[in-house]
Design a protein around this ligand. Sequence first.
Ligand code: HEM
Length: 123
Amino acid sequence: MATLYERLGGDGGIAALVDEIVEAHMQNPQIKARFTPYRDDPVHLEAVKGHLREFLTSGSGGPGDYHGKSMREAHRGMNISEAEYMAAIDDILAVLDRHEIDPQTRQEMLGIAYSLKDDIMHV
Ligand code: HEM
């Protein structure tokens, strides 16, 4: 079976997913306040997006390493609530749907997202 990386569309697919997920977060009433400030800091936004691409690529069996912070470190001090976490996952699933990602791949992504919960929520 193709790797998760391949099923997400490789580098091009992952770059599009990241762009659309970040844009969805910026429009999601529940979490937009966390993300819209980055519109005024395109350099920082591009750095975070680069880390998101690397995180997804290396975590899905693609090439290269992740150079960003650990999940606990990246989200430390934000005190992200369960409702916010669910809102972010909703955005991710909506974008996967739009890309017609198959149900099994969608489940795998959901599983990965849930496995990271304790390092992201309320840290
Ligand atoms: C499955 C869930 C999530 C994953 C996999 C994830 C992943 C990441 C990654 C890889 C980074 C980049 C870290 C770096 O640049 O070093 C990041 C940054 C960030 N995340 Fe998340 N995240 C998740 C959920 C959330 C949620 C629920 C929120 C808030 C509602 C959030 C808010 C942020 C913010 C604001 C940053 C930028 C931090 C900075 O400026 O350095 N994340 N996330």
